[in-house]
Design a protein around this ligand. Sequence first.
Ligand code: MSP
Length: 529
Amino acid sequence: MNHSETKSNTFTVTTPLYYVNDLPHIGSAYTTMAADALARFERLRGKSVLLITGTDEHGQKIQRAAEDKGMEPQVYSDKISAGFEALWQKLDIQHDRFIRTTDLRHQAIVNEFFKRVWDNGDIYLGQQKGWYCVSCEEFKEERDLLSDHYCPLHPNKQVEWRDEENYFFALSKYQNQLEALYKERPDFIQPESRRNEVLSFVAQGLQDFSISRVNVDWGFPVPVAPNHTLYVWFDALLGYVSALLDPDQEPTLENALKTWWPIKLHLIGKDILRFHAVYWPAMLMSAQLPVTDRVFGHGFLTKDGQKMGKSLGNTLDPVELVNRYGADAIRYYFLKEIEFGRDGDFNETRFVDIVNADLANDLGNLLNRTLGMVHKYCGGEVPNVKSAEIPDDNPLKAIGLELRQRTAKAYESLAFSEVAREIFTLVRACNKFIDDQAPWSLYKQKQTAELEQVLYAVLESARLAAYLLSPIIPSISTDIYQQLGFSINFNETLSRDCEMYTTHAAWGILPAHQKLKLPKPVFVRLEQA
Ligand code: MSP
C-alpha cells in the first residue's frame, strides 16, 4: 500500500482461521464467501482491502485428528491446510493473506504479545477444573450440557473432565472496560441478537480463563513455562495480527500493526462469538492495543435442523458442489437465500430451482434476448441514446438511479440477500419492460427512436445489475460485461479506482456505439444430480 494513503481508506476483514481437523465443509466456505463478497465490494469502490483467512492448526483437537490418521500433526496440518487454499481458489476467493498458525513468524508475534500481557500482570498460575469439549476447544458449564455430558454443539461428543494446573488470563479485570466498550460502540457486535447474547453473558460476571495446557504437546510452549503449551485460542486469535505482516517483514508487533490495524471486521459464526467479542478485546486491552471495529456473528448452515459440522459428519462437500455446479451458483445461493445472520437449511432441489430462476431465467435470458434484438435491430452496437434523454420516470431508469445507494447500504450492513433482492428488482423490471414495450413491434412500425431508447435502457440496466452483482457472482458478471463490449474481468485484480466505481455504479453510462458481442448463455441451467 502507498504510505501516503490514510488508514480511513483501508479495509481489513477476516474470516475465522479454520481448524484443520478435517477437510473444509460448506459451513467453513460460507463465511469465506461472505467475506470475499464484502472485500470485493470494498475494492470495487476504491478501498485498499486486506482479506485475511487461514488455518488454525494447534491444540488437542488437531493432535487427536492427526493421531487418528496415524500422521504427525504438522504433516497432517500441511495436507488439510492445502485443501482449504485449494477450495478458496475454486470458489474464486480473492484473499490477500493466508495465515497458518504453525508459521514460525506467528510464534514470534505470539511470544511478544504474551510478554505484554504478562508484564501487565494479567497472567497467573492456577488450578483448572471443569468439563472440556475438545471439538469446541472450550470449557463448558455443566448446566449447558446435554444429558450424559454430551456437548450441545457436538451431540455425538462427550466432554472430558479436567483438573490440572494452567496459566490463567485475568479476564475478570476487564469486566468494566468491556461493558464500557459495548456501551460506547453499539455497533461493535452485530447483529443485535448476538450483541444481546454477549451483553447478558458478560452481565453474569466474567471469569478468568485458562490459557495453557499441560496435557497437550501440539502447541507453542508458554514462554515462561515450557512444560505448558499455549491454549489454542490464545494462539489462534493472534493469527489475525501475524497475518498483517508483509512477507519480508521482521515479525514484530510494531511491524504487524503499522498499516492495517485495527481490523475493521471479524466475520465469524455464532459459535465463536464469545472468543471474538469478549476474550479477544480483553486480551487486546491488556496488551494496550486498540480493539477491532466490528464483529459480525452469522448463523449456521444446518442439515435437518442440526448444525453441519465435521465432528458430526453431516456436512456437504464443497469441492463436489463446486465441481458439479460452479462457483457462482454456490456463492449466489448461499449469500442470497440465507439471510446473513440467521440459520439456513440447505436443500438441493431448492438450490437448483433458485439459481435457475434467477441466474438462468431472469438475468441470463434478459441479456440473451436483449443482445439478440440489438444485433437484429441496431447493428450490434449500443444504440445512440444519451441517458439524459430518457425521462427519469422511465421504470428502469427510476430503479437504476437509486440502485447504487441501495446496494451500498445493503453491502455495508452485510445484508447480501438484500443486495440480490434490490438488483433483481431491476432485472425483473427489465423483463417486464421488454414484454410491455414489445421492441419487435416498435421495429416493425419503424419507431426507431422509441426502439433505441427501450433497448438502451435494458442494456444499461443489465450492465448495472452485472456490475453491482460482481462481488457475489464475479464470473457471470465478467461474461455479461464482456458481451456488452467491456474488457473488464472481475476475477482479476482491478486497479483500485474510485472513479471507476462512481461511473460504473451509476445508471446511464453505457457508451453509444460500443460494439456488442453475440449473445452466449452466461449461465447454463442446472440439472439436479
Ligand atoms: N479455529 C476456530 C476459529 C479460530 S479464529 C481465530 C474455529 N474453527 S472451525 O473450523 O471450527 O470453524 C470456523 C468457522 O466455521 C466458525 O465461524 C464456524 O461458525 C463456521 N462454521 C462451522 N460450521 C458451520 C456451519 N454449519 N454453518 C455455518 N458456519 C459454520 O472455530
